[in-house]
Design a protein around this ligand. Structure first.
Ligand code: NAD
Ligand code: TYD
Length: 346
């Protein structure tokens, strides 16, 4: 039985990746290694945690001794690395935590992988972001050959970890894949990011903080389509290659927030425009990237991946999940979240 390590599997995207692999590949044993930071939550995996081919391990990817021991015991056949600090606003307040987890943590994993995993067959897959490419103006899209030009401490840390993964491939001959994906949305998304934060605030009739003039553009992808892309690239991607993943689905923030307000009003039975009256323009984010857009044609043409849902369908499914899982939302927004929210949006 093949042993696959997913790091950060208790987070938003990681939990969807764990679910995809545990359910689809009964011939694999999936180990989920997660530190359970504020963003990691075992309630994201209540439908999976009893599966016979699944094991959760609590641990820190920066703890070199622990990681070396873990790899020496299991000699994993594959690593799908998602553990990271992932929120741009937090990286502006506390960049060092991003260097620690995203850079040092990744190199710690690479060292253990190179020491204990089979060089000819084992794969180290790094899940990364399109933000490493910097920002676009109104024209063009990021391709796999776009130069790296990260603007936030978050994207700089992810760019650095991408470089380390590629350098270990060149220097030590380990087998790697890297994917750079656009903004995800879907169930189990922590309400610090735009879409779940707005859903939570609409439910609580709180102001909807739109940064600057709301003109910034993001390319949104349904998280289950990202998990399927990772599955496809892990199994069929070429050694040493990078694949861009995007939804071909660009939205100005303000238009997205208005669409979300309309869908929420309809589902909650509110009169039209109830929620959009909560929109409040606030001070812009420092160094706010203007536009992201991804050209995924390499992944589509070479490996046959395509997004499965339209944005309207995906958003509707996402809202339905939050409406049906208010306890999940209550749990993640109690305690430390309150302090974060006050400091961030005071
Ligand atoms: P997330 O913040 O929801 O989850 C991160 C997970 O990593 C959490 O479970 C957390 O507990 C765990 N973690 C953090 N530090 C750790 C450590 N030191 N050791 C072990 N576990 C640790 O993040 P996400 O949105 O699910 O993103 C997952 C990955 O995908 C990240 O690498 C991110 O850069 C990348 N990515 C995210 C997006 C997006 O839109 N969210 C888009 C493209 C790429
Ligand atoms: P976010 O979800 O933080 O993702 P990223 O910064 O990685 O793209 O933000 C998405 C967009 O929404 C980004 O342009 C910033 C904007 N935004 C707001 O306008 N208000 C908010 O409260 C948040 C969290 C984000």
């Amino acid at each position: 039985m093949k042993k696959i390590l997913v790091t950060g599997g208790a987070g938003f995207i990681g939990s969807h990746v764990v679910r995809q692999f545990v359910n689809k590949y009964r011939e694999y044993h999936i180990f989920n290694l997660d530190k359970l930071t504020y963003a990691g939550n075992l309630e994201n995996l209540t439908d999976t945690d009893k599966a016979p081919n699944y094991t959760f391990i609590k641990g820190d990817i920066c703890d070199a001794e622990f990681i070396q021991n873990l790899f020496s015991v299991h000699r994993f056949d594959g690593v799908i690395h998602l553990a990271a600090e992932s929120h741009v606003d937090r990286s502006i307040t506390n960049p060092m935590e991003f260097v620690q987890t995203n850079v040092i943590g990744t190199v710690t994993l690479l060292n253990a992988f190179k020491s204990f995993c089979n060089k000819d067959s084992a794969i180290f897959y790094h899940v990364s972001t399109d933000e490493v490419y910097g920002e676009l103006s109104d024209e063009g899209k990021f391709t796999e050959t776009t130069s790296y030009s990260p603007n936030s401490p978050y994207s700089a840390s992810k760019a650095s970890s991408d470089h380390f993964v590629r350098a270990y491939h060149e220097t030590y001959g380990i087998q790697i894949r890297i994917s750079n994906c656009s903004n995800n949305y879907g169930s189990h998304h922590f309400p610090e990011k735009l879409i779940p934060l707005m859903i939570n605030n609409i439910l609580n009739k709180k102001p909807l903080p739109v940064y600057g003039r709301g003109e910034n553009v993001r390319d949104w992808l349904f998280v289950e389509d990202h998990a399927k892309a990772i599955d496809t690239i892990f199994h069929n991607g070429r050694n040493g290659e990078t694949y861009n993943i995007g939804g071909n689905n660009e939205w100005k923030n303000i238009d997205l927030v208005k669409l979300l307000c309309n869908q929420m009003d309809e589902k909650l039975g509110n009169p039209n425009n109830t929620s959009s009256q909560l929109i409040s323009y606030v001070t812009d984010r420092a160094g706010h990237d203007f536009r992201y857009a991804i050209d995924s044609s390499k992944l589509m043409n070479e490996l046959g991946w395509n997004p499965s849902v339209t944005f309207e369908q995906g958003l509707s499914k996402t809202i339905d999940w939050y409406l049906a899982n208010k306890t999940w939302l209550d749990h993640v927004t109690s305690g430390a979240y309150q302090k974060y929210y006050e400091q961030m949006y005071k």
